[in-house]
Every structure is written in structure tokens, then in C-alpha cells.
Ligand binder design. Structure first.
Ligand code: PLP
Length: 459
């Protein structure tokens, strides 16, 4: 499989090059040159285990040999604490797809465990090293750290705003003591951390000299790993219910997760609807309902991993919506960069997209956690609750609805307590964190200080 750029300025590259590239040199995002059609393999695939299915799907998109791919996949999903990796739980009107059985109890582990193994392999083949730099307000940083801890040829530097991430999230990061992991508590806000990161990445000399890379959600290897659970769950629910088609509801921030679902549909998974669920940061829901994509202010909500205004993977979807026309796409993205707004005529009426979107505000999120607990004795984390609320609102009446459960409720105990009166959500991994030693360095929010810290450790 060869890879191209959404902006049309990249001669086709291999999977490995696409993964190591991050953003394409023309400023676009990489995409496969074509989307494989697997509709004649669905019956056979519906009997596969998660790792077997992952191997079959990843083989369509990657250029690593079958033996290596097998090894990478087996190691990546052995890190999960459930034999099915992503088990389904039936609860009345919805099936919950539990994506939180990885080491940091959130769905990002499914992609980042695989990405860590893949990077280690690519570096072993090509030589050299990679120094990952990231800024986090919580979830991504810990999943990335757990994805690359102890891996040869890789170091990771993660900045978080000192004292401003939740105690659980802070401990999930700082209790990782491997030599290649550096936690930086920056004396500033999350925006300061992000601004520092951008400035360091924009310094080409520093970036080259320190072999800086990132693991953000535009990385193609992350997207492709997320296709697997749509097939896994969709085929299982079809087999169990006899339904022809299924629906998914996806709590959405950067549009990475639901974009993987869109690819699964394009590959031939029979899906009648993908429900895109946002919290109050609803730029995507507004786009799918009005055709206008306009940035607003970010508001803080109970589902912080979805507190995003500009969805970094959205450009990939837009490329397909514009019929793969890179010239048009580039014009729209330039317009968006200049004005903060982009309009697509007739977007609300795209019949073939099968995406329907809606929003759950804080009150709806809390009410959903409470009633779901009363009805089923099952606790939802606030991100999942957004998906359940909007999924029930936007679903088609007949086909089964699978709601992606993107985090374990114990990660967001305060929201659970607010909804059901006490914090009933526990997880032994999180309880154990309390007693673990931690390591973290505190730095001022200064470009020079972060630059020196990294340079001293990599060169
Ligand atoms: C990252 C995240 C999301 C949003 O996923 P996107 O791919 O950014 O749309 C939803 N829920 C949780 C718990 C997350 O960590």
C-alpha cells in the first residue's frame, strides 16, 4: 500500500515512511492511495480473535513482513487485561464496546501500545533514535508513556501543566520510572505546554539534531489500529443478533476514533449509522448539522479528552467528502486557516456519509451516568456517557447500537460521584498507584529551559 497526502504534494511513500513522517511536507495528512474492499471476508473474519483480526487488517495497510507483524500484534495486545482485548457488554438497548482494558484504562492504549512496538521495530531496521516530545492535559500523555516505556532507541519527554492535571493522570505518568521516560511538570497552563512544543518543533535545526518526533493523533499508524475494533465488535453483534447492519456511537474530540469507523465502513463493514457525539465543544456536531465548520472558544467539561475545537483528523474526512480533490481541499483548509471558518454546501444532506451528530451537555452527561447506573448497575465514564446519550438520540430504530466505552469510570471518579452521589468506581491499577514512587522534573515555562533539558539528555 502506498500513501499520499491530502494536499496532493507528496509522491507516494511506503507505510513506514508515512508513519515516521507525521505531517506531510506539503502540510497535509497522509492517507492510503486506495481503501481496500474486504466485504467478501466478513464471514470468515467474524470468527477471529482480536489479535488475529488485527493482523489481517493491519496487513492490508503496512509493509512489515507477516512474521514481524504477528510478533508486533501479539506483544501489543498482550498488554491488555481481558482475553478479548475489547469485550462487548450488552445492556438493554445498547452494547458497550469496552476499549479501556489497556494499561492506562483508556482507548488510546489500543493504538499507542501498537505504535510503541512499531516505532521500536522501525528504528531497529533503519538505525537511529527517536525522541518523542509531547504536551498533555491528561490521557494522551500517559498512554504514550506506557506505549514506549523501556523501548530501545526511543525516549519520551512529556510536558504537563504542573498541578493542573488530575491526581490519577499525574500518577499514571510520573510512576513510570523507566530510563527513557521524562516527565516535565511545567510551571504554566496546558496552552503554555503546547506553545512550547510548537516552538521546539518549528525550530528545524533543533528538531533534526535531537531527532524529535511526535505520537499525536494524526499519526496514521494510530488511526489504522483503531479500525480493528469496529470490525471485531460489528461482526460479533451481527452474528449474535442476526441483524444485517449495526450502528456505532463514538465520543469524539480529534475525530481520530470515528474516522477509523468511517474507514471500516468504506472497507465494507455493514453499518447503517455512525453517531458522532460531542460535549459542549461541538464544532463537529455543528458541522454535520449545518455544513459550517467554525472555531469557537474551548470550554472545560467533565469529558476533558474531548475538549477540543479544531479536530486534527477532520482534514482526512474532508478530503474524501470532496471526492479526493486535493486542490479543493487545500483551498478550503487555507480559507479555514485565514478566517477560522469553512463552509461546505449541502454537507448536512450527504446521504452516503452515514454520520449523524449531536451534543450532550454537562447536565445530560450526569443524567446519563445516573440513569444508566440505575437501569443496569453499570457505571459509565463521562466520555462514554456523552456517546450513550447522543447515540440513543440519533440512532435508527431497528439496527443494534454499539457505544464505544472510551475510558474506565474509575479514571473520572469525581464525575461519577457527582452523578450517583458517591464514588463507586474503582480499579485495582489505580488504587495501586497511590503507593508507587514517582519521578518528575519541574521546569519554568521557558523555551530555553525545555530546550536545554532535552539537549542534555539526547546528545
Ligand atoms: C481521546 C479520547 C476521546 C476522543 O477521541 P478522538 O479520537 O480524539 O475523537 C474520547 N474519549 C476518551 C476517554 C479519550 O481519551
Amino acid at each position: 500500500m502506498e500513501y499520499i497526502s491530502t494536499r496532493g504534494g507528496l509522491s507516494p511513500v511506503s507505510f513506514s515512511d508515512a508513519v515516521l513522517m507525521g505531517l506531510a511536507p506539503d502540510g497535509g495528512l497522509v492517507l492510503p492511495a486506495r481503501i481496500p474492499d474486504v466485504s467478501d471476508r466478513l464471514d470468515e473474519w467474524s470468527h477471529r480473535s482480536y489479535p488475529e483480526l488485527a493482523e489481517a487488517i493491519l496487513a492490508l495497510y503496512t509493509d512489515v513482513s507477516p512474521a514481524v507483524l504477528h510478533d508486533l500484534v501479539m506483544r501489543s495486545y498482550a498488554a491488555f487485561d481481558h482475553p478479548e482485548v475489547t469485550p462487548l457488554r450488552s445492556t438493554g438497548d445498547v452494547d458497550l464496546l469496552e476499549l479501556f482494558h489497556g494499561p492506562t484504562l483508556a482507548f488510546k492504549d489500543l493504538a499507542l501500545q501498537w505504535l510503541g512496538n512499531l516505532f521500536e521495530h522501525l528504528l531497529a531496521v533503519r538505525g537511529g533514535e527517536l525522541n518523542i516530545l509531547g504536551a498533555t492535559s491528561g490521557d494522551t500523555g500517559s498512554a504514550a508513556i506506557h506505549g514506549v516505556r523501556g523501548r530501545k532507541g526511543i525516549r519520551i519527554f512529556v510536558m504537563h501543566p504542573r498541578g493542573r492535571v488530575s491526581p490519577v493522570q499525574e500518577r499514571q505518568m510520573t510512576s513510570v520510572l523507566d530510563d527513557n521516560v521524562f516527565n516535565l511538570a511545567v510551571e504554566g497552563s496546558f496552552d503554555d505546554c503546547q506553545a512550547l512544543m510548537k516552538r521546539l518543533f518549528n525550530d528545524q535545526e533543533f528538531k533534526q539534531r535531537c531527532a524529535l518526533g511526535s505520537v499525536n493523533s494524526i499519526n496514521w499508524a494510530r488511526v489504522v489500529a483503531q479500525i480493528v475494533y469496529y470490525f471485531y465488535a460489528g461482526l460479533r453483534v451481527r452474528r449474535r443478533t442476526g441483524a444485517d447492519r449495526v450502528q456505532f456511537s463514538v465520543p469524539t474530540g480529534n475525530f481520530g476514533d470515528i474516522f477509523a469507523g468511517y474507514l471500516a465502513v468504506r472497507m465494507g463493514l455493514p453499518v447503517s449509522r455512525l453517531v458522532l457525539a460531542t460535549n459542549e465543544n461541538d464544532i463537529l456536531a455543528r458541522f454535520f448539522n449545518t455544513g459550517v465548520y467554525r472555531v469557537g472558544e474551548v470550554s472545560k467539561t467533565l469529558s476533558p479528552s474531548m475538549d477540543i475545537q479544531v479536530a486534527s483528523n477532520f482534514e482526512r474526512y474532508l478530503y474524501y467528502r470532496l471526492g479526493g480533490d486535493a486542490v479543493q481541499l487545500t483551498a478550503r483548509m487555507n480559507q479555514f486557516a485565514a478566517t477560522g471558518e469553512l463552509a461546505i454546501e449541502g454537507a448536512a444532506a450527504w446521504p452516503e456519509t452515514c454520520i449523524a451528530a449531536g451534543t450532550a451537555d454537562t447536565a445530560a452527561t450526569i443524567a446519563t451516568i445516573r440513569t444508566f447506573y440505575e437501569e443496569h448497575r453499570v457505571l459509565l465514564d463521562p466520555h462514554t456517557a456523552v456517546g450513550v446519550h447522543v447515540g440513543r438520540q440519533q440512532r435508527l430504530p431497528d439496527d443494534p447500537l454499539i457505544c464505544l466505552a472510551t475510558a474506565h469510570p474509575a479514571k473520572f471518579g469525581a464525575a461519577v460521584k457527582q452523578a450517583v452521589g458517591q464514588n463507586l468506581a474503582h480499579h485495582s491499577l489505580l488504587d495501586a498507584l497511590r503507593d508507587l514512587p514517582t519521578r518528575c522534573d519541574t521546569l519554568p515555562a521557558s523555551e530555553e529551559a525545555v530546550r536545554r533539558y532535552i539537549a542534555e539528555r539526547v546528545t
